[in-house]
Design a protein around this ligand. Structure first.
Ligand SMILES: [Zn+2]
Length: 80
């Protein structure tokens, strides 16, 4: 949908690009919705968290939502 500008579910071209995905956690605080990977998930404290905010592409016709990490390169785990 991001590349094609077309909804894969209903075929509409009424696509809303780059909507902000909001994570409300537990309360009124708004945080960017993020995805994360961990370089060393077995570590007790320093897990090496790597994060990217998430943007949403929304179909204005059927409401289908597609999520994209804004910085996918940040999430890659380097080979050991
Ligand atoms: Zn649609």
């Amino acid at each position: 949908m991001k590349q094609s500008g077309k909804c894969p579910k209903c075929g509409s071209h009424e696509v809303i690009a780059g909507a902000k995905a909001i994570d409300r956690a537990h309360g009124p605080t708004q945080k960017d919705f993020t995805v994360a990977t961990f370089r060393t998930p077995e570590a007790f404290i320093f897990k090496g968290e790597q994060k990217s905010p998430v943007s949403a592409w929304v179909c204005g016709s059927c409401g289908f939502v597609e999520l994209y990490a804004q910085f996918p390169d940040r999430l890659k785990i380097p080979a050991a």
